[in-house]
Write a new protein. Structure first.
Length: 254
């Protein structure tokens, strides 16, 4: 039972990592190579085959953070939350660990339908031996591509198509991941910085007003940040800032 669970986990993580990094090798070459290694070592000893599976599992786990950052909504969320903290001027409050945790679980909440489709259409049939590895790779790419394409500007996609000298495909499913992922990243950064700019404006107004009042009163030695910080926190709490920020982030992906 434990061995079966281990094999299922290994297959799922390896499939996910290959969906993100198709440039490592083609699906056919990689599948044939792994099957050859497994068969070769399996004939010699069962322990060696498990070592290969463990190696694949370790490789997939090492690629998981990159997969989380580059192909999900995590980038936009963590950048916006960092802008919120910077605009408030609260230094390390909330701490980095808290911001990362919020971004992680919001990403899981937003990406749940996408990963459900990947699990139902690709991973589960592959584990049940209903489809081949190549078919599973192709089916797993589709929901991820569709999600990224909806959040990516056409200008960003065209940029990388021009650089790579690739014709724009008629169907989004034919768009290579090597083009879709970088285009998605710069689109997410642009959107996150736009939201950050809008967040900064009201707090910047408070800083300017407080600084002007202190200068008019001749209190040059008193730091405006010490006076404006309580007012910014009060404003953020009164308007229910965390609710508004999270609502705008979640609905922005729908």
């Amino acid at each position: 039972m434990h061995k079966k669970k281990f094999l299922i986990l290994c297959s799922s993580l390896f499939l996910t990592s290959f969906v993100l990094f198709p440039q490592v090798a083609s699906a056919a070459e990689l599948t044939d190579g792994l099957n050859g290694l497994t068969d070769l070592f399996g004939k010699q000893s069962g322990g060696t085959s498990e070592v290969v599976q463990l190696f694949l599992l370790t490789t997939a786990l090492s690629l998981a953070p990159t997969f989380l950052v580059l192909t999900t909504c995590f980038t936009r969320i963590i950048v916006v939350l960092s802008f919120v903290r910077s605009s408030l001027g609260t230094q390390q409050n909330p701490p980095n660990l808290v911001l990362m945790g919020i971004a992680l679980f919001l990403s899981l909440f937003i990406m749940q339908p996408v990963y459900t489709d990947v699990m139902d259409e690709a991973i589960t049939p592959y584990i049940n031996e209903e489809i081949s590895g190549i078919e599973a790779f192709e089916l797993a790419e589709l929901p991820i591509k569709e999600f990224m394409y909806k959040q990516t500007r056409d200008e960003d996609i065209q940029l990388f198509l021009d650089i790579s000298k690739t014709e724009k495909p008629a169907d989004v499913n034919d768009l290579p991941l090597t083009v879709a992922i970088p285009a998605f990243i710069i689109s997410e950064l642009r959107t996150a910085f736009t939201i950050g700019f809008l967040i900064f404006i009201p707090f910047l107004v408070i800083d300017i007003v407080v600084a002007s009042i202190l200068m008019s009163m001749g209190m040059f030695m008193l730091s405006p940040v010490m006076i404006s910080l309580p007012f910014k926190l009060l404003l953020f709490v009164l308007v229910d800032g965390w609710y508004l920020v999270v609502e705008s982030l979640v609905t922005g992906f729908q």
